[in-house]
Write a protein that binds this ligand. Structure first.
Ligand code: SF4
Length: 320
């Protein structure tokens, strides 16, 4: 197993009290696999991977176990993590400027990483960087290599950020809503690019998104998160065919479908996500769930097996 997250808990101390952002999440990613992590904003999906990367804000703390390629990385010293981040695993964000320095030419930013982590010469690093810009579909890569990030369009900046994240050929790429700010056509191109590069380079990819639609056809497996927990995990095909958790069903129902196979009417999930400072004793989806029973209010449903290679956290035996 390449990435093995076990019982991860992430808390933030705030003046208003403790925010329980991630509540006992376990998730595995195999080499070369593409896993989608889906949920509304505030579901904890980003904080799981911020914790994994050791990039939590100062008021945050993470507990549990995270193994990368067999080594425990949660709580590792910054100096040790720095030798892995961007080299063994990389994370890209919605805003490319989180990763790109606006005051430095792309050439400087890319070659520096390679010279430092791979111990190659400036010239070799330049050659490899241009190759990578080419691979992510930046036209005239040799010329653009010398430019500043502000001279790139939004889509090109996103591609440059992906090229930077891939420079050291990491075993794992985590992409957090990398396309939300882009127009729909560019979004599709970038996601296909990430998933395609994953297969080409045998790199595992995690696509974090609020939109179930964007991972259809790209991911192998999907984990649906709600209230800081994984509430369903399955292969993408199984999840789309027959969701086993009412929240996953709600996400699918709120997604426009191109085919006519679904007779369900398109509707958004009513209600608000739970308050992470005051999570209920029972199921956190209960106030929004059409299938809620008395038991749901008092008893937290454990994540349990729900068929071959699928898990769900719901008291319902079967979705009606
Ligand atoms: Fe709905 Fe109950 Fe299942 Fe929660 S446990 S999703 S409230 S049926």
């Amino acid at each position: 197993m390449l990435l093995d997250i076990r019982n991860l808990i992430t808390r933030f101390s705030t003046p208003e009290g403790e925010v329980r952002a991630v509540n006992d999440v376990s998730l595995q990613v195999e080499s070369g696999q593409c896993v989608g992590v889906v949920g509304e904003s505030g579901s904890g999906k980003t904080q799981v991977f911020i914790s994994v990367m050791g990039l939590l804000a100062k008021n945050g703390r993470a507990e549990g176990e995270v193994y990368f390629d067999g080594s425990q990385i949660l709580g590792m010293k910054t100096i040790e993590l720095n030798s892995l981040r961007g080299v063994e695993f990389s994370m890209i964000f919605q805003d490319p400027m989180t990763s790109l320095n606006p005051y430095l030419r792309i050439s400087k930013q890319m070659t520096e990483v390679l010279v430092e982590h791979r111990g190659i010469t400036e010239k070799q690093a330049a050659g490899k960087s241009i190759e990578m810009l080419d691979l992510v579909g930046i036209p005239d890569a040799k010329k653009r290599f010398r430019m500043y990030p502000h001279e790139f369009s939004g889509g090109m900046r996103q591609r440059a950020m992906i090229a930077m994240a891939l420079l050291c050929e990491p075993k794992l790429l985590i992409a957090d809503e990398p396309t939300t700010a882009l127009d729909v056509t560019v979004q599709a191109q970038i996601l296909e690019l990430i998933a395609g590069l994953g297969k080409e380079l045998n790199m595992a990819t995690v696509l974090i998104t609020h939109d179930l639609g964007v991972i259809a056809g790209l991911s192998d497996r999907v984990a649906v998160m709600y209230g800081g927990r994984v509430v369903e995990e399955a292969s993408v095909n199984e999840l789309f065919k027959k969701p086993q958790h009412p929240y996953s069903r709600g996400l699918l129902d709120s997604m426009p479908r191109l085919d006519n196979s679904s007779e369900r009417a398109l509707h958004a999930i009513a209600g608000q996500p739970p308050d992470l400072q005051a999570l209920p004793k029972g199921c956190s989806f209960e106030p929004r769930c059409d299938y809620a029973m008395e038991r749901c209010r008092d008893e937290m449903p454990e994540l349990r097996e729900a068929g071959e290679k699928r898990m769900k956290s719901c008291h319902l035996e079967k979705m009606p």
